[in-house]
Design a protein around this ligand. Structure first.
Ligand code: NAD
Ligand code: DAU
Length: 331
């Protein structure tokens, strides 16, 4: 199969490309604009006969149309992905997440290409800490941030193009990913690289907020499963039962890195900060037979810490700029 992967030089997209090369015979073309979040080094070492890189923007309709004409299936990861950036400057989120997805859908329609859209659990808003319910495929949309509202908008575009134009699309909404190649602006790599640099980790507010962590490689196996066996027009939630408070995560990072568990600072909270996400992935598990492989969060976290220790040249160029951005916001 010839796969076109948008955003394949980003965190989850590059993990997916590595996973595809390791587990299938598919050929991958990566389309990526190499924004601040994209890094060609995340694809280093992959065989050139299996992986082709195209530097370009998903809003470029002519480029996109040519690439769709050559693809059997498209997996769409490209996005502006960081909530804090969306609170600072929402415009790129509208351009890439809304207009970019629209541009891809028009090409999928024209060329009748199978299309899988990668989305987030944040489209459902947040849950109370003691809510016994988790998000399911029928939870109403209720996004909180400019980022999550543009992802919600992109999901609705995909649903409309599937229903109105017969685009052969599926959607997945996944919880928080961790693993190698994640940008240092995000919570887990920010704290790991802070500790490596001798900076105290930063916890927003009280740190009671809960995220439902899944290893990026498990996200990749779920996406391949949906691409292979998912029903056209359906949405699948992806999660690995990994709920943890931010405080718990930061304390585990510190302990695993040989520091006192309490050696972190509380900083200004995020505006509109979602309290808790939690995914019920029963549909994906029972209908398609998927299961996560990384069931031990602490072991996955230890491997991720080892990766950041071993790959300082990958993240060091971004670190100072990210910390300057946060310092300007009291975070
Ligand atoms: P990321 O920010 O690490 O990577 C995004 C990639 O998209 C980068 O390589 C960037 O260069 C590229 N890109 C951005 N704008 C582009 C454009 N206009 N044209 C072409 N390429 C462009 O993001 P990520 O964390 O890997 O997230 C990937 C996808 O997964 C996103 O759609 C996100 O909403 C979704 N998602 C992320 C998580 C998570 O925990 N990170 C969880 C669920 C879903
Ligand atoms: O749920 C899926 C979403 O997970 C994806 O759609 C997003 O693309 C991805 O960025 C992620 O969103 P979050 O906002 O949950 O991730 P982030 O890593 O920014 O923050 C995780 C939690 O940690 C959140 O509650 C905010 C908090 N935080 C974050 C940073 C950067 C801190 O306490 N301190 C920090 O320094």
């Amino acid at each position: 199969m010839r796969l076109l992967v948008t955003g394949g030089a980003g965190f989850i997209g590059s993990n997916f490309v590595h996973h595809v090369v390791a587990h299938t015979d598919d050929h991958v073309t990566v389309l990526d604009a190499l924004t601040y979040a994209g890094n060609r080094a995340s694809l280093a070492g992959l065989p050139s006969e299996r992986v082709e890189f195209v530097h370009g923007d998903i809003t470029d309709a002519a480029l996109v149309s040519g690439l769709f004409a050559e693809a059997d299936a498209v997996v769409h990861y490209a996005a502006e992905s960081h909530n804090d950036n969306s609170l600072h400057d929402p415009r790129p989120f509208l351009d890439t997440n809304i207009v970019g997805t629209y541009t891809l859908l028009e090409a999928a329609r024209r060329h009748d290409v199978r299309f899988h859209h990668i989305s987030t659990d944040e489209v459902y808003g947040d849950l109370e800490l003691d809510d016994p319910e988790r998000f399911t495929e029928s939870t109403p949309y209720n996004p909180s941030s400019p980022y999550s509202s543009t992802k919600a908008g992109s999901d609705l575009l995909v649903r409309a193009w599937a229903r109105s134009f017969g685009v052969r699309a599926t959607i997945s909404n996944c919880s928080n990913n961790y693993g190698p190649y994640q940008h240092v602006e995000k919570f887990i790599p920010r704290q790991i690289t802070n500790v490596i640099r001798g900076i105290r980790p930063r916890l927003y507010g009280e740190g009671r907020n809960v995220r439902d962590w899944i290893h990026a490689d498990d996200h990749s196996s779920a996406v391949l499963t949906i691409l292979d066996r998912g029903r056209i027009g359906e949405t699948y939630l992806i999660g690995a039962d990994g709920e943890r408070s931010n405080r718990d995560v930061v304390e585990r990072i510190l302990t695993l890195m040989g520091e006192p568990a309490g050696a972190y600072d509380h900083v200004m909270d995020r505006a509109g900060h979602d309290l808790r996400y939690a995914i019920d992935s029963t549909k994906l598990r029972t209908e398609l037979g998927w299961a996560p492989r990384f069931s031990d969060f602490e072991a996955g976290l230890a491997a991720t810490i080892a990766w950041y220790r071993a790959n300082e040249s990958w993240w060091a160029p971004s670190k100072a700029g990210v910390e300057a951005f946060y310092a300007g916001k009291g975070q």
